[in-house]
Design a binder for this molecule. Structure first.
Ligand SMILES: *Cc1c(COP(=O)(O)O)cnc(C)c1O
Length: 216
């Protein structure tokens, strides 16, 4: 049985968007999923994304899901579909600046940190609040915040994972009510990877980022 087809149809039924995480995968491996209809692909490194972009079909929607350095925004600004890993106002300002140069609006998710790991990037809840209430944020014209991205702790503890996804869902809902009321574009809650996507979907995720499970 084809793992990709199973997962894709399961998620489609639930109205959850699937981003196939293609980091470290070859052009041939990506093409195999593309030929089965997959169009959203995610990469976590700008260099790898830049290498692959010209070699693959133009109707792929590319997502950046890894930490983004401000000096690299310019390389992806003309064509990136969604930057999921925005974790500072400085970065958002640079995305806005580059988007303006390209005469486009770049969709972004704010990455929120809830996991119990020191290594994960993202905004704390307090930093998220600060960003969204700042006058600098209000002045940005060429970015559009479409939702929240987050990760759970990498653990076997299913209760902890569930709790963290529930927390992200609560932050998403609260954020929408307080800062994006009536804004239809703030609608994406990106959470869940190969090991925990079922739990994420149960807690309200509507976009999952799955790599190893699809390509194994
Ligand atoms: C690698 C990665 C994923 C996918 O991980 P898998 O375990 O391969 O499904 C999802 N999100 C981010 C941010 C990643 O870096």
């Amino acid at each position: 049985m084809n793992e990709f087809a199973d997962i894709a149809s399961e998620l489609k039924q639930k109205g959850v968007r699937l981003v196939a995480v293609s980091k470290t995968r070859t052009i041939e491996e990506i093409t195999l999923l593309y030929d089965q209809g997959q169009r959203d692909f995610g990469e976590n490194r700008v260099q790898e994304l830049r290498d692959k972009y010209p070699l693959l079909p133009g109707d792929i929607r590319w997502h950046l899901i890894g930490h983004l350095q401000t000096n690299k925004v310019k390389y992806i600004a003309p064509w990136i579909h969604l930057i999921q890993s925005v974790d500072s106002l400085i970065l958002l300002q640079e995305i806005d600046r580059q988007a303006q140069k390209c005469k486009r609006i770049i969709p972004c998710l704010l990455q929120v940190y809830v996991a119990q790991e020191q290594t994960k990037f993202g905004l704390t809840e307090a930093e998220l609040n600060e960003l969204l209430t700042s006058p600098e944020f209000a002045s940005l014209k060429n970015i559009r915040i479409e939702g929240i991205m987050g990760m759970a702790t990498n653990t076997e503890d299913a209760m902890l994972i569930k709790k963290e996804f529930a927390r992200l869902q609560a932050i998403f809902t609260d954020c929408r009510a307080r800062f994006f009321a009536g804004a239809d574009h703030f609608a994406t809650l990106s959470m869940g990877m190969s090991s925990d996507y079922k739990s994420a979907v149960q807690q309200g995720s509507n976009m999952v980022r799955i790599g190893s499970l699809l390509f194994s």
